[in-house]
Design a protein. Structure first.
Length: 298
């Protein structure tokens, strides 16, 4: 399913891929934004009697509507692709019809794993690609801007938030961190590539953040020796990036996001409540700013 909106002319092409389903046979259930197609189903989807987690209500609208609105309103996102099982096309299309936006929009059937889905979502596309998940309701325009800037000098970029920023965002937002010599970082569900030629990197930098998986990704990126240095607390972020770039034959860059909310997704009941709280705070702050008196400048 595909439609076209009117993009701003003159902008470098950028496609944002939103992973919203779970292809059969994939082993990384939480990497897609939660369908009930994997063994055992999705507890959050079941709680709200929905087929997919991306359709559960959050702050008055479907979960996926939050990330889609951020993407649709961003001036640099000229193309949007949503990967999900075909049975969810109609309800997601209904969400899309309620949102303003620009550029092209496509619904792409989710494949057997994340890399295959991203590959399907970038077929025929030559420009830069960002990838996120439908449960990233707190995705910010600033995070998109930072990733776009990074891809001007990198083949692959992924985003991290410092531990202090994540813990400052919400007192109950604690989760697994990647411990490096120069600090602890949380992986964010936003990464990108300069072109679809680098989609293979999705197998390393994208995917589930369940216990133990960050370590597996680091091992694939930096090799055994690099992993030993990480475990000993001797590897810095810059060192790990240099090692990964050499090992993968790509220019790999990390984007450090000081907004700790960018590392918080809707994964379970606890994070659902946290994200709902943070969205309410964000909306309250926006209302206060809108109601503040404006000072005229001569």
């Amino acid at each position: 399913m595909n439609t076209t909106r009117d993009p701003d002319e003159g902008l470098p092409p950028l496609r944002l891929v939103v992973l919203a389903g779970q292809g059969a046979g994939s082993g990384s259930a939480s990497a897609f934004a939660g369908a009930s197609g994997f063994a055992g189903g999705d507890p959050l989807a079941a709680r709200f009697a929905e087929s997919h987690r991306c359709l559960i209500p959050l702050a008055g609208r479907p979960l996926i509507a939050h990330v889609l609105q951020t993407a649709a309103q961003h001036p640099r996102v000229t193309s949007l692709a949503i990967c999900v099982e075909r049975e969810a096309f109609d309800p997601i299309w209904d969400v899309l019809t309620r949102l303003p936006g620009r550029g092209s929009v496509a619904l792409v059937e989710a494949q057997a794993d994340i890399a295959a889905s991203v590959r399907a979502a970038t077929q025929g596309w030559d420009g830069a690609v960002l990838v996120t998940t439908a449960d990233h309701a707190l995705l910010s325009p600033g995070a998109i801007d930072a990733m776009i800037a990074a891809l001007e000098s990198a083949d692959v970029a992924f985003s991290l938030a410092p531990r202090a920023a994540v813990e400052a965002a919400h007192p109950r937002a604690g989760r697994g961190f990647i411990a490096l010599h120069d600090g602890d970082y949380a992986a964010c569900d936003l990464y990108g590539m300069a072109s679809p030629r680098f989609v293979g990197a999705v197998r390393i930098f994208g995917g589930t953040r369940a216990a133990g998986q960050d370590g597996a990704r680091i091992r694939r990126a930096v090799g055994v020796m690099g992993m030993v240095l990480v475990r000993l607390g001797m590897e810095t972020l810059a060192g790990a990036l240099a090692r990964a770039s050499r090992r993968l034959g790509m220019r790999v860059r990390a984007v450090i996001l000081e907004d700790g909310t960018q590392a918080i997704d809707v994964d379970d009941d606890r994070t659902y409540a946290i994200v709902r709280d943070l969205l309410e705070r964000r909306e309250d702050a926006a209302r206060l700013e809108a109601s503040a008196p404006r000072t005229a400048v001569a």
